[in-house]
Design a protein around this ligand. Sequence first.
Ligand SMILES: O=C(O)C(=O)C[C@]1(C(=O)O)C=C[C@@H](O)C=C1
Length: 364
Amino acid sequence: MSEESAKNLKALREKIDDIDHKILTLISERANCAQQVAKVKKTFNADAFFYRPEREAQVLRSVMDSNQGPLNDEEMARLFREIMSACLALEQPIKVAYLGPEGTFTQAAALKHFGQSAISIPMSAIDEVFREVEAGAVNYGVVPVENSTEGVINHTLDSFIGSPLQICGEVELRIHHHLLIADTTKKDKISRIYSHAQSFAQCRKWLDSHYPHAERIAVNSNAEAAKRIKSEWHSAAIAGDMAAELYSLEKISEKIEDRPDNSTRFLIIGNQAVPASGDDKTSIVVAMRNQPGALHALLEPFHTHNVDLTRVETRPSTSGTWNYVFFIDFIGHIDNEDVSKVLVEVGRRASELKVLGSYPKGVL
Ligand SMILES: O=C(O)C(=O)C[C@]1(C(=O)O)C=C[C@@H](O)C=C1
């Protein structure tokens, strides 16, 4: 390096040191403010909720709106996501149950949504996540609800029917699958591949053309698949980055999902009604009597009041009253005038109506 370059580098690093010092002071100042916010919340109400999804969404949106680059909006929002996560942990360490085991996409979604300072606790089934939140053992839960390739996760929808929990948020995750091997695996002798059934379905074409003769064994999760192959020299696993890292596996083929836009939407469940953030969604479940035109009658009020539907799912009913059960997501918050008009009209036409929650649209 020339003397001139060395001088430039030194000057730039001094500038960075100076900026870092300012950032440090500002982050500490922000953390102090969050601690004061916690005190204010406690004086209002001893059982106050410290985590405020609507406020977090507003903070992240505002960061993205005012970002001038060179870092892109998402990158910048991710940095602020972590700052807020640390500030919230100062107010109250947040415990989040997720569909485990460790290393699943649901854990990745939980950390994407709450940041690394949240304490994430793996559960072995979706209903266990619901139960842990209902019992108050954790503050929130994260469960998958739909995949862009494979469709809805029925188990999650069914769990809402008998649950008092509310949806407090949503988070979408790009799902990238990789073919993973352990350090003892013989790369050219792979005769068995482990993964979750959904992941097999999402990589079907790739597997058919690259490993048509390998036995496909479906296990409970991708993370379990990753764990299994540690002791089998002829086996590989399909799983994501978190599992690869957790079990120190090598990616021999990356991003093997058939559709490049493969993504999964996850819901945050809790005991809290979330105020409007300015850009929200609402989820409801509606039971209709078995009669001609039931679906039309149900959807008409959305059309009349110009409320945008984002998803309609039908599930078979398990009881007499719930003849047809529809899970409906739409744009807007229950506090919006149009939305409340729709809900009144839908309520009149349905045999049962349950609002699962209004929550901020996923930001990241
Ligand atoms: O504004 C609040 O209510 C806060 O507690 C502060 C803060 C933040 O760091 O900005 C932290 C946690 C909440 O989930 C939302 C925002």
